[in-house]
Design a protein around this ligand. Structure first.
Ligand code: NAI
Length: 395
């Protein structure tokens, strides 16, 4: 299969590696020669590291590299069966690139976008044949993260959806098919991990380290929400939250937090600036104060009532979000659970977690929160209520 990739930044380079490893002939295009050079050099480094680790040999490295060519014009992608775009997150620019590309490719070529936040319908509308357009959303780093969300727009043909899904599965990725709605699956369902944790902090119930430790020790999440926000970048994470909030017509469940906004405004972006919720040294390593250590020790206790309360509250909000995504047919139960375990490394699928905790526990915990706050953000998904009434589970 001939694959074109537009944009040789973080995502485009990673996707090119995935496709080339799977045996596709890849052409990687960028407007900037320096971006292409950087991408080529980065791949050389990655493959050398894989050789050192004994994962691949020299022949495999050569095979992958010779499957990728670096090109300087969009026209060079004319013979691609599938093109995946990974350029700046700007609708106008994406639409222009898409309509130009369509003049070069064959009638049957698929044109896909790796967008995280734009609707696929709006991108597809720039094409003469919008039915050939689809969302193919990788996670960073693309070669390591197993999940790919495939998002058909309302214009997308069934044939294109089937072909795209099959191709991504052939690339040894786990496909989750999602409706063309804000945040697709992962960026929607994950919002409470950050939002509810920030809310708990803002209420003064606990500090960052205590909340992080509660989720790591009791929930077995690899990183706590504040560590993760610092890792992603508070500017990037805040923008995703604000975009999802706006796209959902200001549903209070997705309301961004002033705490994060102020950090972002102050330039406390996290690891990349040396300061966020925590402090970092020049190598991006966390600088831990003695107060932090003391707090962690307190929070580490599995019996701590506060830690349990924090964990329960964040978990039940995540479960509620996953249940509501299923209720609104955003994706299947299997795909929602796969998305969170394979896209963001959650220790368990949220719907399976709901079954394990008990649907009655989920409903009661959410109703208790609603009773306490009388805020719409704590409304229990009708699907959880229905399952509880009927004594059923998700799986
Ligand atoms: P990036 O900034 O690392 O790379 C973008 C590249 O596109 C740059 O090399 C730039 O020179 C090139 N470019 C810009 N305009 C172009 C044009 N008109 N034609 C050809 N090349 C052009 O960006 P990144 O992070 O790789 O993101 C790309 C896309 O992937 C965005 O839509 C983003 O929302 C999406 N995405 C990003 C993720 C991430 O974690 N960074 C995760 C999933 C999706």
């Amino acid at each position: 299969m001939k694959v074109g990739i537009i944009g040789s930044g973080t995502m485009g380079s990673g996707i090119a590696q995935v496709a080339a490893t799977a045996g596709c002939m890849v052409k990687l295009y960028d407007t900037k020669q320096v971006a292409l050079d950087k991408s080529k050099a980065a791949l050389e480094k990655i493959l050398n590291r894989l050789i050192q680790k004994g994962r691949i040999d020299d022949a495999e490295k050569n095979r992958i590299q010779s499957n990728i060519s670096y090109v300087n014009t969009l026209k060079d992608l004319g013979d691609s069966d599938l093109t995946i775009e990974a350029i700046v997150e700007n609708l106008d620019i994406k639409q222009k690139v898409f309509s130009e590309l369509e003049t070069y490719v064959s009638d049957t070529a698929i044109i896909a976008s790796n967008t995280s936040s734009l609707s696929i319908a709006s991108i597809a509308s720039s094409l003469k044949k919008p039915e050939r357009c689809i969302g193919i959303h990788f996670f960073n780093p693309a070669p390591l993260m197993k999940l790919v969300e495939v998002i058909p727009a309302i214009q997308t043909s069934k044939e294109v959806l089937d072909k795209a899904t099959q191709t991504i599965a052939d690339w040894k990725k786990v496909v989750a098919v999602a409706k063309d709605t804000p945040g697709f699956i992962v960026n929607r369902v994950a919002r409470p991990f950050y939002g509810e944790s920030l809310r708990i902090y803002e209420e003064g119930l606990a500090d960052f380290a205590t909340i992080d430790n509660a989720l790591k020790t009791l929930g077995k999440f690899r990183m706590g929400p504040f560590e993760l926000m610092d890792f992603i970048g508070n500017d990037v994470n805040y923008t995703v939250t604000e975009t999802v909030f706006t796209a959902f017509y200001f549903d209070s469940r997705y309301k961004p937090s002033f705490t994060q906004k102020r950090l972002s405004e102050a330039g406390y972006l996290g690891r990349k600036t040396g300061k966020g919720y925590y402090d970092y040294d020049e190598n991006g390593k966390r600088v831990t104060s003695s107060a932090d250590t003391e707090r962690s020790r307190n929070a580490d206790s599995h019996n701590s009532e506060l830690s349990q309360q924090i964990f329960n509250r964040v978990l039940v909000m995540l479960i509620n979000e996953a249940a509501d995504a299923l209720f609104l047919n955003i994706a299947s139960a299997e795909d929602i659970d796969n998305a969170m375990t394979k896209g963001v490394n959650y220790p368990k699928g949220l719907l399976a977690w709901a079954d394990e905790k008990g649907i009655d526990w989920c409903v009661k915990t959410l109703d208790d929160l609603y009773d306490e706050y009388h805020e719409d953000r704590y409304r229990c998904s009708p699907l959880l209520r229905k399952l509880n009434r009927e004594g059923k589970t998700f799986f």
